[in-house]
Write a new protein. Sequence first.
Length: 106
Amino acid sequence: MFSGHFPGNPIVPGVILTEALAQAAGIAAASGYPETARPLFLLSAIRTMKFLQAVGPGDQIDLHAEKIAGTETLLQFKVSASVNGAVAAEGQLVLSIAADFARAPE
């Protein structure tokens, strides 16, 4: 799956873990809105992100996102990714609520 990252010892890239955590934060943010009126959330800032252990192909990753602050247009989340109960990555992400974003037809 990630054979080029690193050859002979494939791991899930940190950018992929960060994106998964941003998606988890987006799902958490959307849960506060009615299904028919959910805005689009965009990753706006990575305040902190630490990678504490490597995650390999086939590992089951548990994602957690908790809202810790917010304004009308910005939401800050404490996030973590764990494998077998051990934290593999953690940090804080900021999502913005997109204003008048034209979504492509599905």
